[in-house]
Every structure is written in structure tokens, then in C-alpha cells.
Design a protein around this ligand. Structure first.
Ligand code: EPZ
Length: 417
């Protein structure tokens, strides 16, 4: 199994250019099946989840090429409605293809994605909404068979602002007859990026970024070129690397608008942050200030995908912080690993009480999921001594060139495959 070996205690100084957003490129790649045409996507991150999505698009017959951070998808050769089961299991977010395949082929066969490390990850909101659009859905033997010859626009109220469900409804309704309204829609920047991509393709979608999104059904779609927005979670992760090592890091190619909740919390923790729209400098404090109360909530609140990383920062604060995870049921798997490094954390249900300690100590730890793995890397950068992180394939799913980028700003980190 791949692992990182990190010599901690180095102050990180330098510049990092932030890659394209994982959670934007995945739904946008799914959307390339829609237009039966050529799609060119720029600023694509070099991550495992992207490779899996490219494998899926090739498996359903699309011609996919990747050159550096540019991916072209020719969806004129799509030749099946069956999404390969093993690939859906490899990446549960491929369920997003359901809506796009329904629009393109009026049917789709996909295996149940199942849960993952952070929770059961149900898709009931997705299926309920597709039925409201007129899709016939049969679930058996772990597969979902979905048919929708003449989907009709519907007024859909989401019980929860689910990112994936919002995206799937947008993709399923773009050719439906009439207008679809999504109420209580997710407002994440990745939803706006998907709307911009789809509208460039000829769709008529309005309101992404607000809780009400309107989709007017269209018939004709054209080829499209699009640049993916920067990854706000990758940006936040590098910001915390500066905070936890008392460093001074400049981030380039970011969208500051997308990380306002992260900036606010890191200022509360004592970081100095200077920024313009696309670049940011963050200077870590001598000693981290505790954050009395931090809750993960849907955008524009503090993102659940940053919970593990900010917990690492708060383990060395000069006081106690309380973190409440309100989005996922099982997103504290990094806690026992941080405790092995000397952190003082108690969890009660979805609340973590983080009592700051003066210093973490290097240890052998195991990544249990993508963002939990990132939190262990951050702690290893600050800890006294050597930290060995196993199962780092979790981090390869969502972070590109981690060891290269961190080495360039002064970290001592080696990868062993
Ligand atoms: C997206 O997951 C992201 N993944 C997640 O990022 C992110 O944490 C999450 O949104 C929340 O922001 C991608 O975009 C690929 P949800 P998604 O539907 O769409 C429950 C990362 O680390 N729910 O907004 O699956 C669900 O169980 C990943 O990059 C239902 O109950 O998230 C969860 O508790 C992790 N029924 C909550 O809603 C449903 O039908 C939010 O889920 C759908 C969701």
C-alpha cells in the first residue's frame, strides 16, 4: 500500500497554484454524454476520480482524450445505456450519470452506488425527483433500471439541499417537455459551474447558486468548450498547511468568493489573510486560537469537506474548540488517528471536542477517507518527528501532485508506493 513519510516541524513558505475542482469536473464530464457532440474541458485536475470518470465514459462508448489538463469527450459514439457496475462501485459519485444518460438515451441501467467511508450515502432524493419528472424506475438485484421516454418538467421540492440530487435533476430535465423548478436546491459553486457548462451547450438553466433553479427544456444541443473552476477544498487544505506550520503561503488561481467561510474561520483561528479575487496570502499564527463553535453546513456555510482539515489545525490551539458535523453521519474517522499523534479529541455523536495541545508527535497512522487523509498529512507537517501515513490512495482521489507541491514550499515528505 502507498504511504507518505513526513518529517514534521518545517515552516512552509512559498507559492501553490490550485487545480481545477474535483466536484465540478465530475458532473461536467457526466454532462458530456448529453450533446452527442464534441466537448473540450480545460483546467482538469490530475486525480484518480477523474481517471475513473474517463474510464466510465469510454466504457459507454465515448471517445475520450486527455492531454495535460485538457480533456476532450466525443459523445457521438455512445453505444450503451449500462454503466459498468465495478466502476460505479469504485466511485459512487458516478450516480450523476443517471440524469445525463436519461436525457440522452431515455433509459439507463446503473448499479446502486452503495455507501462509502463517510456514511451510507443514500440516493432517495435523486430517485424521487426523477420519478416526478416521469421516469419509471425499477430497483432489483442491486441495480437501478430507469426509463423515461417523454420526461415532463416538474416543480420539485428537495427535502434537503443535496448537491448530487440537484445536479442529477438539472441533467435529467434539460430535454424534458416544459419547465422544471428545483426548490431547496444546493447552492455550491460547482452547481453554478455545471449550469454555465450546460448553458454553453445550449441549455436554458437559471438560478444556480440560489435555492431555486429553473430549467426550460430544449431540443438542440451543440459542442462546447469550458474551463473548470478552481478547487475550493484544495485551496482550503493548503491554507491550513500554512496555519498549522506558522507558514506564509501564496495561493494562485483561486476563486476567493468560493472560500469566504474558510477565510472567516481561519482568521478566527489567528491566521493573517490578504487577498484579491484570484490570489491569496495566508500567514499562520505563532499559536493557533481555538474556535469556540464550528458547524459544517451546506454552502455558503463552512464546508463538510474541510471539517477534518480544520480539526487538525485546532488540535494545536491554545484552548478548546467544538466542531459539529451536520452533513454526514460518519465523518470523524480521522479522530483516532489524530489522537495517536497526541491530539486530545473527544467525540459525542456528531460533535467533536478538541482540546488544544502544545505539540503533536509523529506516529504511524492510516488514512480512512479522502479528507481525513488530508488532515493526517497536515498534522504530520506540524508534528515533532516522523509521521507515516498509510492508505494514501484515498488522497490521490482528490488531490493532485501533493508531495511535489508540499516539497516546493519546504515540507519534508516522501511517497513510497
Ligand atoms: C457532494 O456529495 C460532494 N461530492 C461531497 O464531496 C460533499 O461532501 C457533499 O456534496 C456535500 O457538500 C461530489 O460533488 C462528487 P449530498 P453528495 O447529496 O452529492 C444525504 C469530497 O470529499 N442524502 O449533498 O453525495 C447524504 O447522505 C466529497 O469531495 C440523502 O439522504 O452530497 C448526506 O448526509 C465527500 N439522500 C447529505 O444528504 C440523497 O438522495 C448531503 O449529501 C442524497 C443525499
Amino acid at each position: 500500500m502507498s504511504k507518505y513519510i513526513i518529517e514534521g516541524g518545517k515552516r512552509l513558505v512559498g507559492e501553490v497554484s490550485i487545480s481545477g475542482a474535483k466536484n465540478s469536473v465530475l458532473p461536467i464530464l457526466a454532462a458530456t454524454v448529453l450533446n452527442n457532440n464534441i466537448n473540450t474541458i480545460f483546467n482538469v485536475p490530475e486525480i484518480i476520480d477523474l481517471k475513473v470518470m474517463i474510464k466510465i465514459l469510454s466504457a459507454v462508448g465515448c471517445k475520450v482524450n486527455k492531454l495535460d489538463d485538457i480533456v476532450t469527450v466525443d459523445s457521438r459514439t455512445l453505444d450503451t445505456v449500462r454503466i459498468p457496475e465495478e466502476l460505479v462501485r469504485e466511485m459512487r459519485s458516478s450516480i450523476i450519470l443517471m440524469g445525463a444518460m436519461l436525457s440522452r438515451c431515455q433509459e439507463v441501467e446503473v448499479s446502486y452506488p452503495g455507501g462509502c467511508e463517510i456514511g451510507p450515502r443514500p440516493i432517495d432524493f435523486h430517485l424521487k425527483a426523477l420519478k416526478e419528472l416521469g421516469a419509471e424506475i425499477e430497483e432489483s438485484h442491486g441495480f437501478i433500471y430507469c426509463k423515461g421516454k417523454n420526461l415532463k418538467g416538474a416543480d420539485i421540492q428537495l427535502d434537503y439541499p443535496s448537491v448530487g440530487a440537484t445536479e442529477n435533476i438539472m441533467l435529467a430535465s434539460i430535454k424534458a417537455k416544459g419547465t422544471t423548478i428545483i426548490r431547496n436546491a444546493a447552492k455550491e459553486p460547482e452547481i453554478i459551474d455545471l449550469q454555465n457548462y450546460l448553458n454553453a451547450m445550449g441549455c436554458k438553466i437559471y438560478g444556480a447558486g440560489t435555492s431555486i433553479i429553473r430549467i426550460d427544456g430544449v431540443n438542440h444541443l451543440n459542442s462546447v468548450e469550458h474551463t473548470i473552476i478552481p478547487d475550493r477544498i484544495v485551496a482550503g487544505t493548503y491554507m491550513i498547511a500554512s496555519g498549522i506550520t506558522g507558514g506564509e503561503i501564496v495561493l494562485k488561481n483561486i476563486e476567493v468568493d468560493h472560500i469566504q467561510s474558510i477565510i472567516a474561520k481561519l482568521r478566527e483561528a489567528g491566521c493573517l489573510i490578504y487577498n484579491n479575487c484570484t490570489n491569496l496570502k495566508i500567514i499562520g499564527p505563532k499559536r493557533v486560537t481555538p474556535i469556540e463553535s464550528l458547524q459544517t453546513i451546506p454552502y455558503p456555510g463552512f464546508p463538510t469537506d474541510m471539517q477534518a482539515q480544520i480539526m487538525s489545525l485546532l488540535t494545536i490551539a491554545n484552548g478548546t474548540s467544538i466542531i459539529t458535523e451536520t452533513i454526514f453521519e460518519n465523518r470523524f474517522k480521522h479522530v483516532p488517528e489524530l489522537v495517536r499523534m497526541g491530539a486530545n479529541i473527544k467525540t459525542v455523536g456528531n460533535v467533536a471536542i478538541v482540546k488544544g495541545v502544545k505539540e503533536l508527535t509523529g506516529a504511524k497512522v492510516t488514512a480512512k477517507d479522502l479528507r481525513g487523509g488530508a488532515s493526517l498529512l497536515l498534522s504530520g507537517l506540524a508534528a515533532k518527528g516522523t509521521t507515516i501515513i498509510e492508505n494514501i490512495y484515498h488522497m490521490d482521489r482528490g488531490y493532485e501532485k501533493l508531495e511535489e507541491n508540499f516539497t516546493l514550499i519546504g515540507a519534508k515528505i516522501d511517497r513510497f508506493d
